[in-house]
Design a protein around this ligand. Structure first.
Ligand SMILES: Cc1cc2nc3c(=O)[nH]c(=O)nc-3n(C[C@H](O)[C@H](O)[C@H](O)COP(=O)(O)OP(=O)(O)OC[C@H]3O[C@@H](n4cnc5c(N)ncnc54)[C@H](O)[C@@H]3O)c2cc1C
Length: 464
């Protein structure tokens, strides 16, 4: 009789669920593998989490899918959710700097500004800051192959203001990290390429603006019922996968012959033919510490930062002028507690439809680590006070909800891609053990889906 391979997926975030779905449909030697997904917490979905709030459903983890990365929209399509996806109402965003909100140059959210004039017009850089950025035009070419921090390249070429007021807020929204530590190659690959290909970064930006066609269609989409709809549908589409919640994996022991022995938090020992580990890097390091110490050492180098998301609802009349931007980012140098604010009622049609109230989603923590130590009430009061300065006094919110994400954002620090390369080579001798998820090759939901599916495909080929 043909042996039916048994594959474990450890971690039930979107990466693990995507891996389990792919495995549950695979064919290995004429049979479908049996799949067990082990999730340490009481729910699958990981960072994707939707909640009821002030009469609406809101996302307290990721809120948007980047439409240009096709994996998430393709998966929504396969799960029958394509019709539900809605684009943003507008795509402009602002920076709170030099005393007021200033519009970010168009295109920059997609990676690069559409030319230099919009950057100068935005007023985000002071005249001295703009003049310093211009020095890039006369500096000798210096972009090399080696990795460096985003901060070191941008400070050197364009000056501190360009980094602190434009690049840092943008990267902060994705990684919640410090641009002087984040890897240029891993987090800003287009800037890295421009620095290598052009004598000046500004000339490179101008050339790229001319040659890159403007993105067609919406840049960001979401599911009005909350991104957790994606998780619910994914879970329902796992075939015969056994989903075990409240049971984590403590250790993975490779056995002779290529199988693995998993030791779980429930005291079970599970023997499987292959394993996809789709947890944050720290948990993966722990699982492999005794059995694959070289992999554990690399995994332990991947650090995380924390972020707190504060949802606020105000009566519609609280705003004195209409919201004409999707929100604003706050540079670290402004010394505010707010990191970013999404004017959710101006960004998403389903929230705009609540005509009697406005919804705002704020991120705090990165600019002021002390903020995370505050109790919910004090935190909300400080956020509301800062919003008052940025947009206008709003009065008391109708409702507020605070979600604290501890050690949630993996930091792709300098040398990240090399670290992942070393991990790959250590795990090269263990083809039935794959790592996938936000810690490795992209933090966005689409990249996590891609990694989960790729890991599943690699396991199938290793077992075939
Ligand atoms: C506040 C916030 C906002 C974000 N906004 C966006 C956005 O708008 N768009 C976007 O694309 N991305 C966004 N992201 C990033 C994106 O949400 C995450 O990178 C992605 O969801 C991570 O998925 P994952 O499955 O790799 O990991 P996770 O979601 O972290 O899932 C890992 C799972 O593993 C489980 N686990 C841990 N240890 C064990 C163990 N020992 N055994 C078993 N299970 C274990 C955990 O409980 C968890 O369920 C945001 C992230 C945050 C925190």
């Amino acid at each position: 009789m043909t042996h039916r391979p048994h594959v474990a997926v450890v971690g039930g975030g979107v990466t693990g669920l995507a891996a389990a779905r792919k495995l549950s449909r695979a064919c290995i030697g004429g049979v479908t593998p049996s799949v067990t997904l082990l999730e340490r917490s009481g729910r699958v979905g990981g960072k994707i989490r939707s909640r009821s709030f002030a009469g609406a459903t809101v996302d307290v983890g990721p809120e948007a899918l980047f439409a240009a990365a096709p994996e998430a929209t393709r998966l929504c399509d396969e799960l029958g959710l394509a019709e539900e996806l809605v684009p943003t109402l507008r795509s402009n965003t602002a920076v709170w700097t030099r005393g007021r909100l200033r519009e970010m140059p168009a295109g920059i959210l997609g990676g690069l500004p559409d030319g230099i004039a919009p950057v100068l017009r935005s007023g985000i850089l002071s005249p001295a800051g703009a003049a310093r950025a211009g020095v890039d035009l006369v500096l000798p070419k210096d972009g090399g192959e080696a990795d460096e921090s985003v901060g070191s390249l941008v400070r050197r070429r364009l000056g501190d203001q360009a980094l602190e007021r434009m690049i840092d807020p943008l990267l902060g929204g994705i990684y919640g990290g410090d641009p002087d530590a984040l890897s240029l190659k891993a987090t800003a690959p287009r800037l890295h390429a421009l620095a290598r290909e052009h004598r000046s970064l500004i000339r490179g930006l101008i050339a790229a603006g001319r040659s890159t066609p403007r993105a067609q269609g919406p840049m960001l989409v979401t599911l009005p019922g909350g991104l957790q709809r994606l998780i619910t549908r994914l879970r329902a589409d796992l075939g015969e996968t056994e989903v075990v919640e409240r049971e984590g994996v403590l250790r993975i022991e490779p056995l002779p012959g290529g199988r693995h022995l998993l030791h779980t938090t429930a005291g079970r020992e599970l023997t499987v033919d292959a394993t996809v580990v789709a947890t944050p890097a720290g948990a993966a390091a722990q699982m492999l510490r005794a059995s694959v110490p070289a992999a554990a050492a690399e995994l332990s180098e991947i650090r995380y930062t924390s972020v707190t998301v504060v949802w606020l609802a105000f009566p519609a009349g609280a705003l004195r002028r209409p919201l004409d931007t999707t929100g604003f980012l706050v540079p670290r140098g402004e010394r505010r507690m707010l990191t970013a604010c999404t004017l959710a009622s101006a960004k998403w049609p389903h929230l705009a439809a609540h005509s009697d109230r406005v919804f705002l989603r704020c991120s705090v923590g990165r600019n002021d680590p002390q903020a995370t130590a505050l109790g919910d009430e004090q935190l909300v009061a400080r956020v509301v006070a800062e919003l008052g300065e940025a947009i206008a006094a709003l009065g008391d919110p109708l409702d507020a909800q605070v979600t604290r994400w501890q050690d949630a954002m993996p930091q792709y620090t300098v040398g990240h891609l090399e670290r992942i390369g070393r991990l790959d080579s250590v795990l090269g001798s263990l083809p039935r053990l794959r790592l996938a998820g936000a810690a490795y090759r992209g933090v966005g939901v689409p990249q996590c889906i891609a990694q989960g599916e790729a890991a599943a495909a690699q396991i199938v080929s290793a077992l075939s």
